[in-house]
Design a protein around this ligand. Structure first.
Ligand code: FEO
Length: 170
């Protein structure tokens, strides 16, 4: 049995994860419009990660006897000033998601929903990686600045990223 407050909050987080997928797909489109296909690939892989996160919330709500309710999706940003600006945005976005997860953990604790509390621990760890991977790219972009060959080299590297489903976890 899922406490109603938790059911509502988990449905909101499902929407937030789907929004993240939508946002990263929008970033992939931005990069591909600039022929930065490596950065586009990185964002498409990130989109898959977010869909995986969304699926985990979907399955947890159902496994606990709750009801998944799909909600309206916010329109994502579509344009940025630079590659660096995209990754500054991404890093801030992931920090915001971490704070949403922390709020959920707090709610699970106050509602004494231990199953959801345990389920969320996977996301607590995952957010450490999510912030770190966005920050790693951000730091490289800060190093190269506007130096075109540097951006080109990072683009090549970003093209190597492949989606590997994270371990199943809780
Ligand atoms: Fe679902 Fe990027 O956090």
């Amino acid at each position: 049995m899922l406490p109603p407050k938790i059911e509502e909050a988990l449905n909101s987080q499902l929407n937030a994860e789907l929004f993240s997928a939508y946002l990263y797909m929008s970033m992939a489109a931005y990069f591909e419009s600039l022929n930065l296909t490596g950065f586009g690939n990185w964002m498409k892989v990130q989109t898959q990660e977010e869909l995986f996160h969304a699926q985990k919330f979907f399955d947890h709500i159902n496994a606990r006897g709750g009801r998944v309710i799909m909600q309206a999706m916010e329109k994502p940003e579509t344009d940025w000033e630079s590659t660096l600006a995209v990754f500054e945005f991404t890093y801030k976005h992931e920090q915001k998601v971490t704070s949403l997860i922390n709020d959920l953990v707090e709610l699970a604790r106050t509602e004494k929903d231990n199953a959801t509390y345990n389920f969320l621990q996977w996301f607590v760890s995952e957010q450490v990686e999510e912030e770190a991977s966005a920050d790693a790219v951000l730091q490289k972009l800060k190093l190269v600045g506007d130096f075109g060959p540097g951006i080109f080299m990072i683009d090549q590297e970003m093209g190597q990223r492949v989606f590997t489903p994270p371990t199943a976890g809780v």
